[in-house]
Design a protein around this ligand. Structure first.
Ligand code: GLP
Length: 240
């Protein structure tokens, strides 16, 4: 595991963006695994900047997002589909049919999860961007006695709904369920790029990276992966 601590958010964002851009530069039909939350926004801004500098085309690139809320339409500003359009897809030349997120409006959620896994199986992820939840979740894989390998529906923990309530008008509007890639699917990516910032994540960063490997801290399973790059700002890395 490679851990890099940055003095500024801008440096972290640029480093992560360049890793993703370079992957697409070296392999025009690259498959990028993407994440949401507040942490990747600066990274996506930087990718758009690189794109506008004409350094890269995404015309042959495929993307898979980690997760989506159940019950939010794509037009809902809080959906991850909307987030991806807003922060990345609408600014670059990626083809809509090559961008994938779980469909949280699917009538048959189980079938939707199977469909997503089939697509992932066919197009393995070259590099997977990840954030880290305060309780150690990755994607929406919440701490539990068991974790699922493949894509599945999950009931969100109260602390996760509270953490994400800042994006919604009220707590009542925060969905209770989500569809997420499983930890097994995440670990299949060739390279994993986890970006974490903020003092409030310092404790969980330490647990995830240096504590025991346990399903109670889903991110600790990253310790079993051969190629993980962790990007931290000073605050998130202060206990490392
Ligand atoms: C959500 C997402 C995760 C993300 C986490 C942390 O729960 N499902 O993929 O890593 O938030 O988000 P933030 O970067 O806003 O702290």
């Amino acid at each position: 595991m490679e851990i890099i601590i940055f003095d500024t958010q801008k440096e972290l964002d640029a480093y992560a963006a360049d890793l993703l851009v370079n992957t697409a530069g070296e392999k025009p039909d690259a498959v990028l695994g993407l994440a949401t939350g507040s942490t990747p926004i600066g990274i996506y801004d930087k990718i758009v900047e690189r794109y506008n500098e004409k350094k890269i085309s995404f015309a042959g690139v495929t993307t898979f997002n980690l997760d989506e809320y159940v019950g939010l339409r794509q037009e809902n500003e809080q959906s991850y589909a909307y987030y991806m359009q807003k922060h990345l897809f609408s600014h670059i030349d990626i083809l809509a049919e090559n961008t994938h997120l779980p469909n949280g409006m699917a009538e048959d959620i189980e079938a939707e999860c199977a469909r997503y896994d089939e697509m992932l199986e066919a197009r393995p992820v070259d590099i997977q961007l990840l954030g880290l939840g305060h309780n150690g979740h990755i994607g929406f894989n919440e701490p539990d006695v068991n974790l699922s390998g493949g894509t599945h529906a999950v009931q969100l923990k109260a602390e996760t709904r509270e953490a994400n309530a800042r994006f919604f008008a009220s707590m009542n509007e925060v969905p209770s369920y989500a569809i997420t890639m499983g930890v097994g699917s995440i670990l299949k990516a060739n390279t994993i790029l986890m970006a974490v910032r903020g003092a409030d994540k310092a404790g969980i960063v330490k647990e995830a990276l240096t504590g025991p490997i346990t399903t109670n801290v889903p991110a600790s399973l990253l310790q079993t992966h051969a190629r993980v790059i962790v990007l931290l700002d000073r605050e998130a890395g202060r206990m490392i």
